[in-house]
Design a protein around this ligand. Structure first.
Ligand code: F6P
Length: 325
């Protein structure tokens, strides 16, 4: 079934996401299935540079399917960007006799894999980020759990905002991407949603929406701001100045990155982990695993990184309709 791939490395890199552990487990178990030795690399590319590795035996992945975070730790490695760092990483790939590296992370991780690939290392990327901003895949591990965590927190906020008839400004994560803000905005019935991809007019996209909600009888207002779109504090201040409301501002921050992965994230992570190992076994190299139209496929790393992904148009249309424009 598998003749050429004998040993692979697995690591997590970049911002963590709920479901990364499920993907690690799936990779390890798929390795066992295909008779491949699986080596854990701690702390992402830093671990590859420093030879921070261990044999990934069964007991290492027992009871991790349901755990948030990553047992492999993660980092955004500056050292890997240097010539010396890269050479040490490449040296360790040779020393360890790795026939492939599977990395779980976002676009920064995949760019790092691209550099390894240019130097002849076989790599496969598994998309995991709560931002869901990897262009070639419909889904990235962690998005579902993070959305549900945000929705749960905002539902709690709504209770108190409703009681006091207040305006709430909630900042969700998403430095460059508004997928999470848009999805959460739809899920909680936001009054307005600000996202980094769409230039907004404060007057039209916030003030008019709060005013029209008030005119239609509402007395509490929920404004969702993606962190890359604007500062929630600033938005709160401007609402106060222009509408004489007294908004309460909440920054959900890293809470969104933790917690028990949802069933969807566990299943997607398990499917992607298996597919990543299978791709290597089939002799494929330099691939990104992609969820597409309910199925699983893989795409050339460079091609995948060059793609761009807009926000879901139908979700945007529905949001406009729901927020009254
Ligand atoms: O990439 C995922 C993400 O959670 C972004 O939404 C956020 O801007 C960033 O990571 C935060 O990074 P850090 O954990 O380094 O503060």
């Amino acid at each position: 079934m598998n003749g050429t791939i004998k040993r692979i490395g697995i690591m997590t890199s970049g911002g963590d996401a709920p479901g990364m552990n499920a993907a690690i487990r799936a990779v390890r178990n798929a390795c066992e299935y295909f008779n491949i030795e699986c080596i854990g690399i701690r702390r992402g590319f830093n671990g590859l540079i420093n030879g921070d590795i261990f044999p990934m035996q069964q007991e290492k992945v027992t009871h991790i399917l349901n755990r948030g975070g990553t047992i492999l730790y993660t980092a955004r490695s500056q050292e890997f960007m240097t010539e010396e760092g890269l050479n040490r990483a490449l040296g360790n790939c040779k020393l360890l006799g790795l026939d492939g590296i599977i990395a779980i992370g976002g676009d920064g991780t995949f760019r790092g894999l691209g550099v390894l690939a240019e130097h002849g290392v076989s790599v496969v990327g598994i998309p995991a980020t709560i931002d869901n901003d990897i262009s070639c895949t419909d889904y990235t591990i962690g998005f579902d759990t993070a959305s549900n965590t945000a929705v749960d927190a905002i539902d709690r906020l709504r209770d108190t905002m409703q009681s006091h008839e207040r305006c709430s400004v909630v900042e969700v994560m998403g430095r460059n991407a508004g997928h999470l803000a848009l999805y959460v905005g739809l899920a909680i019935g936001a009054t307005a949603v600000l996202i980094p991809e769409k230039k907004f007019s404060f007057e039209e996209d916030v003030i008019d929406k709060i005013r029209s909600a008030r005119l239609s009888g509402k007395t509490h207002f929920m404004i969702i701001v993606a962190e890359g779109a604007a500062s929630a504090m600033e938005v709160g201040k401007m609402i106060h100045e222009q509408l004489a409301l007294d908004p309460r501002v909440t920054i959900l921050g890293h809470i969104q990155r933790g917690g028990t992965p949802s069933a969807r994230d566990r299943v997607m992570a398990t499917r992607m982990g298996y597919h990543a190992v299978e791709a290597l076994v089939q002799g494929k190299t330099n691939r990104i695993i992609c969820a597409k139209h309910g199925g699983m496929m893989d795409i050339d790393l460079k091609e995948g990184l060059a793609m761009s992904k807009g926000l879901d148009k139908q979700q945007m249309t529905v949001l406009s309709a729901m927020t009254g424009t």
